[in-house]
Design a binder for this molecule. Sequence first.
Ligand SMILES: Cc1cc2nc3c(=O)[nH]c(=O)nc-3n(C[C@H](O)[C@H](O)[C@H](O)COP(=O)(O)O)c2cc1C
Length: 190
Amino acid sequence: MIQTNMKAKTTFQQLVKSRRSIRRYLDKPIDREKILTCIEAARLAPSADNVQPWRFLIIDDPELKARFAREVFSGIYFITKFAAKAPVLIVILARLDIIANRIGKQIQNIHFYLIDIGIAGEHIVLQAEELGLGTCWVGWFNVRKARKFLKVPRKYKIVSLMALGHYEKKPSGKKSKKKLEEIAWFNKLG
Ligand SMILES: Cc1cc2nc3c(=O)[nH]c(=O)nc-3n(C[C@H](O)[C@H](O)[C@H](O)COP(=O)(O)O)c2cc1C
């Protein structure tokens, strides 16, 4: 059984414990400096073979964002409309023309670029949390329409969107997370 009563409460532990996906945003713009601090955190993320496949298209122009949101959160994606209220939408792209990623896929059967993007995106999330800003990963949107609207060339894949903004309050209630002993074991799979 894994002990969970570790007493040391580090700043990082507080940060990850307080983070929640935010789906209600204040109508308040975010300083570009803060946005770029988040992107800087992503820039420094690790990546397989250090290929840094991530690219970020930041939409903070309210009119453009509204038009983009109308396109990508329509139809079966209406449930994600909350993200349109965030003052910033970050389009997270991956470069697909990276040879190391192709080799990785062929030999290891792993899309390393998706791992890389996940790490970089989560750096944004945690940096935003430290700055007192809220985020939500948004995977449920019309990728085809997003590509067309933003005129994204073939060499990029749109992997996700990230909503970023100020929030009034965090969602109440305890986080529903699996227990440590359900997900990790020492030396032998449980
Ligand atoms: C790759 C990814 C895609 C996600 N897509 C969406 C989404 O489209 N809409 C949404 O409301 N939340 C989305 N989320 C947020 C998850 O629902 C959320 O992380 C999960 O419910 C746990 O809640 P928490 O982030 O507050 O701990 C996504 C999260 C990840 C990591």
